[in-house]
Design a binder for this molecule. Sequence first.
Ligand code: NAD
Ligand code: GLY
Length: 359
Amino acid sequence: MMVHVELGERSYPIYVDTNGLPRLNDYLGRHHLVDRLYIITDENVRSLYGETMLRSLRDAGRGADLLSVPAGEGSKSFEQLNWLYTQLLEKGADRGSIIIALGGGVVGDLAGFVAATFMRGIRFVQAPTTVLAQVDSSVGGKVGINHALGKNLIGAFHQPQFVLIDARTLATLPEREVRAGCVEILKYGYIADRDFFQQIAANLTALFALESTIIESALRTSCSIKADVVSRDERESGLRATLNFGHTIGHAIEAATNYKVYLHGEAVLYGMQAALYLSHRAGTLTKRLLDESVALFRQFKAPRLPDLDECALLAAMQKDKKRSARGQQWVLLHDIGRAYLTREVKEEWVREAIAFMKS
Ligand code: NAD
Ligand code: GLY
């Protein structure tokens, strides 16, 4: 099954192919990617899939190397970036070389940024292995690293040659990571597709259990929605910002807790709860949809929020807001499947939304 990302000469396919990873070399051949390969991964994924991938590429006669960074957000750093550049240079990488980003969103963002900048940009392939990476970060070309003053502040748009999604890799993912990644799946339903939302909401247990029919269909539809949005607004001048539904407060929760307490998807889940409250407060969403969503969110079993300090959250949001010349933009809903962007949200409503989210 293939989803197409239409971006003119930078268009590419997303292959949703369960057990496709062992066939990576065939996919590379199909795309005429015959030069030397550098697989970039993290230490967890290296032992799970990286070494097998390296062996099978070498067995197929390909020149390939495997480079791994420590697992975790800390690797989206100047230090790891510099280490990777050095490794590539020492191993003789050149403008024709190809990077394979094998891992979660951390690896995809870091390896993608290496590809965007090494020798002014080389080709790369996304082989995502977390739910979050398979439905979100591997698609759309946003790559980058963190700065001491904030997350994702240094980066580029650099589209991959193709994305290869193998749902089998999710079997080794911790359950909490699976559930957190599924928040982004639900997000696509909220912003763009009511039927998809209903299908996911009715099958959450099967989705968390990674039952093949439901996870494959969820991966496919999520990627189709993201591909459509990215095709229409690659550089986020408008529509693409709707993908940030739940992220305004979600990011603030992550920042206020030093990225140590909540997984990204868990913070976004609470952020979506707040955004739904704001949609209701703004008069565009019914109370029934708000209440039904809150009941649905409980099934994700995210850690509770009660101790989170409102001032710390507002300060984190203020910091984000300062980075945007035109002030805080919110993604709210008219209905499930119909998102809109607005700056017309009163601070008083935000305080109420925070209290609602914590209740
Ligand atoms: P991650 O990459 O840190 O992966 C989570 C954990 O799972 C890590 O410990 C990793 O080693 C492990 N792991 C990965 N695949 C595994 C597997 N198959 N089996 C067992 N363990 C596995 O985190 P993530 O949630 O995938 O990504 C988060 C990152 O994505 C953040 O840095 C965020 O900023 C970024 N992101 C980027 C975009 C974008 O558009 N570029 C979008 C959303 C998020
Ligand atoms: N994750 C948001 C985006 O890709 O735009």
